[in-house]
Design a protein around this ligand. Structure first.
Ligand SMILES: *Cc1c(COP(=O)(O)O)cnc(C)c1O
Length: 426
């Protein structure tokens, strides 16, 4: 029976047997016991499935990964230690030194750094494109050695909304997968595979966990990208892996399992960016209430955006759920039930006014975080981007007066009263 997303959030991934725990067990064990070396050998040869060491796989993490695969409508998934690790693995699993990747330019700052600085040092080149460029401009960014196209459903912090049709068409025309970071929308509000994405990543640290409890990440594969059709582009998946007994991932695990199996047995084996079973348990608790929480985050987001739009102390408001926003129509198409709870806006009076306003807030806290139960905000010009000049801030798309405000689950009237009294101080 096909389940609706609210049911999958509660019951997906883990199905207890008769007399077994109702809630997922936390298997807090590094290792697993076997009766014979032969039994264990079969696991190492990938001839039998089972657990042997928690750096590769752990049952608690696998329950939660299976739930995420169901939620996104994918065939396989894995948890990682953070969103950074998820995006690194997602690309490094199919691109290596000498390869090239096209990415939207409006992505999370940490991801931009990972791509533009650290992965570049590893020999992988990135071309960044304005996500609202023409199809021709996007097309022109691809090279013979391009291995993937990357973007964010709703970009953090720019809040641009991805044109899935344009991005999927470009990726598939060039025979590469579209990888989408779906952190801000979550599978409750957007399911990228239904719009042509091939691989989805998450910083589970944000809404999926939702309570600011555990840093984590995830990768989900749709199983739809045909690695065999472009075998010469993706030899890591379609030719024998000498570091793993000559296994050919697409042959042994099919399109449904090749990508995640390779990322697990190669990248997790060698880099070890595992999520702990305890963190996976917190993540699962968060996912259980995700649909209820996302509805409230979006409701608060819209109310706050509407209030800010009506304030004469505010220069501009950016929220894709707000009628009149540049991305409103696109958001309605890809996220008809709502976008997220993060709103950005510019206060009149520049950086000094933004600083004074934020100091006066009593309900919202100043934090380098977004997307959880507690409302928080940040002025990049005086924190994460404080080394940049006014001109550099504008070029980076974060004007000095920009405040990123992440609506939590509190009562919207309290948030608005708090915003009002703080705006009155400037
Ligand atoms: C936070 C974030 C990341 C990085 O995730 P961590 O869990 O902090 O490593 C990646 N992508 C997006 C969109 C994010 O918001």
């Amino acid at each position: 029976m096909a389940k609706r997303i609210e049911t999958t959030c509660i019951q997906g991934g883990y199905v207890p047997g008769n007399g077994e725990p109702r809630q997922i067990p936390i298997i807090q064990s590094t290792t697993f016991k076997y009766d014979t070396s032969e039994d264990m050998g079969k696991l190492f040869d990938l001839e039998a499935s089972g657990y042997f060491y928690s750096r590769l796989q752990n049952p608690t993490c696998d329950y939660v990964a299976a739930k995420l695969a169901e939620l996104e409508g994918g065939t396989a998934a894995m948890l990682t230690s953070s969103g950074q690790a998820a995006n690194f693995f997602a690309i490094f699993n199919i691109a290596t030194a000498g390869d090239h990747v096209v990415s939207s330019s409006t992505i999370y700052g940490g991801t931009y750094n990972l791509f533009a600085v650290t992965m570049k040092k590893m020999g992988i080149d990135f071309t960044f494109v304005d996500p609202d460029c023409t199809p021709e401009e996007l097309d022109a960014a691809f090279q013979d050695n391009t291995k993937a196209l990357f973007g964010e459903t709703i970009a953090n912090p720019a809040l641009t909304v991805l044109d899935f049709d344009k991005f999927a068409a470009a990726a598939h025309k060039h025979g590469v997968p579209l990888i989408v970071d779906n952190t801000f929308a979550t599978p409750v509000n957007c399911r990228p595979f239904e719009w042509g994405a091939d691989i989805v990543t998450h910083s589970t640290t944000k809404y999926l966990d939702g309570h600011g409890s555990a840093v984590g990440g995830a990768i989900v594969d749709s199983g739809k990208f045909d690695w065999n059709k472009y075998a010469d582009k993706f030899p890591g998946l379609t030719t024998p892996d000498e570091s793993y007994h000559g296994v050919t991932y697409t042959e042994r695990f099919g399109l449904a399992g090749a990508y995640i199996t390779k990322a697990t047995v190669q990248l997790m084996r060698d880099f070890g960016c595992v999520q702990s079973p305890q963190s996976a348990y917190y993540l699962n608790l968060g996912i259980e209430s995700l649909p209820v929480r996302m509805a409230r985050h979006c409701e608060n987001g819209l109310k706050v955006a509407q209030f800010l739009e009506s304030s004469d102390k505010v220069e501009w408001v950016n929220y894709a759920g707000l009628p009149g926003n540049k991305y409103y129509d696109r958001a309605q198409k890809y996220m008809p039930n709502g976008t997220c709870g993060v709103v950005s806006f510019g206060v009149k009076g520049g950086k000094a006014a933004a600083e004074k306003f934020m100091k006066a807030l009593k309900v919202a806290a100043i934090e380098t975080h977004v997307a959880d139960a507690r409302t928080c905000c940040l002025n990049p010009a005086t924190s994460t981007h404080r080394q940049l000049s006014e001109e550099e801030l504008v070029a980076a798309g974060v004007p000095a007066n920009l405040v990123r405000y992440s609506c939590g689950l509190e009562n919207a009237d309290d948030l608005i009263e708090d915003l009002k009294q703080a705006l009155d101080t400037i």
